[in-house]
Write a protein that binds this ligand. Sequence first.
Ligand code: NAD
Ligand code: TDX
Length: 332
Amino acid sequence: MQKILVTGGAGFIGSNFVRHVYRERPDWLVEVYDSLTYAGNKANLKGLEDRVTLTVADICDESAIDAAVARNDAVVHFAAESHNDNSLFNPWPFVNTNLVGTYHVLEAVRHHQKRLHHISTDEVYGDLKLDDPSKFTPETPYNPSSPYSSTKAGSDLLVRAWVRSFNVKATISNCSNNYGPYQHVEKFIPRQITEILEGRKPKLYGSGANVRDWIHTEDHSSGVLTILEKGKIGETYLIGANGEMQNKEVVELILQIMGKDKNDYDQVNDRPGHDLRYAIDSSKIIDDLGWQPKYTDFRKGLSNTIDWYKDNQDWWKPLKASTEEKYKELNR
Ligand code: NAD
Ligand code: TDX
């Protein structure tokens, strides 16, 4: 493999993956394919220009995605509308990009017989009860709750059907909640860090008892690269790093690391249909492909992430006011 197409490579996880590949596979060339929505940012790819190019185009543009797939050896498909709260406000971009867009990616890889790795989420499985000790496995039935997670579930099913019906050489991964640098300030952890940096309080939805299974984006990237190189065609792999924490605990930790009183947060309106708990059993990728997460010290990872937002205010400041305007409309 020498040339890979990374859809959504100017977003949070996509750009961290591109940086990972740039470092770990110095003989590869990467073409990022991204329409630069509100969530995409050219600056995320700064310094990589000698081996990374950017094509600004939409995955729903049939001829543009077809031509881009044709000139590469493999496709890693991150492009998506990714924020649950936005999907509750206006589901249409989620249906269009996540379902119609994935259809166009699949048709292009089918016509040109290219390898595809499709990026998905643990949210396709719905949620677990707070007191349920079980975790999601590749056999857990799909049961998505939100417009976001239902369109991601639909995109996974399209990929599976294209593998079975047309012999498309695809794999799928479903990962848990990522954190790290370059994450949009609409998401939980960067929102709280930047609220504190702007002199306001963190905003916890409801009781804050909801549990998310946090993984550093570097570990997600190494998992995706492992599957791309060693994964078995047609298989689904779950990626997680045993990082379960209640939202309330995460807010308290952020406040503590930033030198504030750990109780100095606001409780705001809950998200409608708010999933209670996600938890990933990643034994398949560990046992079958030999992958291991490395960034499992959450306090250290969070502390480095806080430092990144402190040091990169030029990156997030332009996004902050419009994001908080949206939340104000939702009373959150
Ligand atoms: P993000 O919103 O930060 O980035 C999405 C990127 O896709 C942006 O650069 C955007 O410009 C681009 N994009 C959106 N619509 C497009 C279109 N129609 N055509 C071309 N480009 C388009 O999202 P993220 O958090 O980096 O998530 C990336 C992927 O990982 C998504 O598929 C998401 O479902 C999945 N995922 C995310 C998490 C998480 O915790 N954030 C966890 C598991 C899986
Ligand atoms: O201000 C907030 N306060 C709060 O309590 C925000 C923005 C969120 N929350 C809660 C809601 C969730 O329980 O924090 C948790 C995490 O919220 P998000 O960052 O919006 O993530 P989540 O809804 O869990 O989805 C994320 O993980 C799975 C990503 O956004 C998805 O793209 C991914 O598929």
